[in-house]
Design a protein around this ligand. Structure first.
Ligand code: UD1
Ligand code: CA
Length: 456
């Protein structure tokens, strides 16, 4: 079955009160339209078409990476008119699926159920039972409970307004029939629009049955029209993510205080996540990893048994098994830590490798460095990797001991098992196995008087 999915995204979205187009607003760091696109993409044998409106060029540019055909609807004359813009791309034998670019939480499984109901003699319609149906098109059924038409809020009579089964706008039908129905659409209604919903009555007249599928929840088919709905759906999405993590064996100290803005390419068991943790991008986390409160973890690879303590930020970094990070540590891109490395408080690591068993426990900056195994970097040690124009490398070989408050002026190498005396400024290579220090000799001044305050 070839599917042609038409995503309607030409509406203005004025209620967002934004210079940004509505469908570019994000849930979990991903545009609303991209959520819809990805759900559509997940169906087999599916070609996607996105209907964008006047001023929608930025949408097209921002999301140009999507594998879809972009079609402009120059004037927004209604949902039926919007679908017409793509109809030349539809073959008679295709199944056409209509989605909305501002309905981000629709589930793939729901669409699969919907698509099972499409045939030469049936149109598949996604409906939803609503607590308050205001604004929605109402699903009108006859005494046998068969759908006979959809009536829009503005065209509905009093009895119809009481119907609480709403039209989600999402439907699927065969291409050949859709072409015929669209050609017959008029705009003689309260809004002078070409309503896609009018095809339901036409289908019934043509002897088709309308097969309805119920959305799993109201939120699944909720469209975003304002910032409050955007925030609401963000929470719904996050609740689903938290649920998914717990089902996969992750302990969440509080599922309501977690944000997942991305995916997990690997997720071990018995991962323990404390409150206010944010996961971004693609993370790979092995079993028995512990993440403390208020951490941001982005595009990280974290091996078995790692412990990340409170308030740490990890980005594009790899952490070897049994390592301990933080509290208050920052691992910047291209930080690669081997097993059993300790990175302590107020330590920043950038584009550096640290081999197994090494410790950088307090207040340090390590950039563009290669650190061997079992190295101890004392408190306040800084690699001076940048002269204002170029970056230089620091190499610290296995077993070296760097005294506190040392500046390593790169390019520089500290040899194997070398010791650097505290407070040194190291500008030349320090040989292996020796003590190297650069320090002004300590003096004492006998008889020196501390100034005293005189009483006035
Ligand atoms: C539509 C349905 C209504 C349904 C409701 C669900 C029609 C006539 N009505 O109403 O039955 O209950 O959605 O939210 O279909 N769009 C375009 N081009 C246009 C008009 C709309 O691309 O010319 C897009 C919008 O960007 C939006 C979607 O179509 O994504 C729905 O448009 P909207 O104006 O929100 O439709 P409603 O009047 O709310
Ligand atoms: Ca709407």
């Amino acid at each position: 079955m070839t599917i042609k999915t038409i995503i309607l995204a030409a509406g203005q979205g004025t209620r967002m009160r934004s210079t940004k187009h509505k469908v570019l607003h994000q849930i979990a760091n991903k545009a609303l339209l991209e959520h819809v696109y990805e759900t559509g993409r997940s169906l087999d044998d599916n070609a996607l078409f996105i209907i964008y409106g006047h001023g929608g060029e930025t949408v097209k540019q921002t999301l140009s990476h999507l594998d879809a055909t972009w079609i402009e609807q120059k004037q927004q004359l209604g949902t039926g008119h919007a679908v017409q813009q793509a109809i030349d791309h539809v073959e008679d034998a295709d199944t056409v699926l209509i989605l909305y670019g501002d309905v981000p939480l629709l589930k793939r499984e729901t669409l699969q159920t919907l698509l099972k109901n499409v045939g030469a003699t049936s149109l598949a319609l996604l409906t939803v039972k609503l607590d308050d149906p205001t604004g929605y098109g109402r699903i009108v059924r006859d005494k046998e409970h068969s759908v006979i038409k959809i009536v829009e809020q503005k065209d509905a009579n009093e009895a119809e307004l009481l119907i609480n089964e709403g039209n989600t706008g999402i439907l699927a039908c065969k291409g050949k029939q859709l072409k015929q129905w669209l050609a017959r659409l008029g705009n003689d209604n309260a809004q002078n629009e070409y309503y896609l919903t009018d095809i339901i009555e036409m289908a019934v007249d043509d002897g088709l049955t309308i097969e309805t599928t119920q959305a799993t929840s109201q939120d699944e088919v909720l469209g975003v029209n304002n910032r409050s709905q955007l925030a609401h759906l963000e929470r719904v999405y996050q609740t689903e993510q938290a649920q998914m993590l717990m089902e996969r064996g992750v302990t969440l100290r509080d599922p309501a205080r977690l944000d997942v803005r991305g995916t997990f390419s690997e997720l071990g068991q018995d991962i323990d996540v404390d409150i206010n943790v944010i996961f971004e991008g693609v993370n790979r986390i092995a079993s028995n990893v512990k993440i403390g409160p208020n951490c941001t973890i982005k595009n990280a690879t974290i091996a078995e048994g790692v412990e990340i303590l409170a308030n740490s930020v990890v980005e594009d970094a790899t952490i070897g098994s049994g390592s301990r990070i933080g509290p208050f540590a920052r691992l910047r891109p291209q930080s690669e830590l081997a097993d059993h490395v300790h990175i302590g408080n107020f330590v920043e690591i950038k584009k550096s490798t640290v081999a197994s068993g090494s410790k950088i426990n307090h207040l340090s900056y390590i950039g563009d460095s290669e650190i061997g195994s079992k190295v101890n970097v004392g408190a306040g040690t800084i690699t001076c990797n940048y002269d204002g124009v170029n970056k230089f490398k620091t190499i610290i070989e296995d077993g070296a001991f760097i005294g506190s408050d040392t500046q390593l002026v790169a390019p520089v190498t500290v040899g194997k098992n070398a010791t650097i005396g505290a407070g040194s400024t190291i500008t030349r290579d320090a040989p292996a196995e020796q003590l190297t220090l650069s320090r002004v000799k300590q003096i004492s001044v006998p008889g020196w008087q501390r100034p005293t305050k005189t009483e006035k």
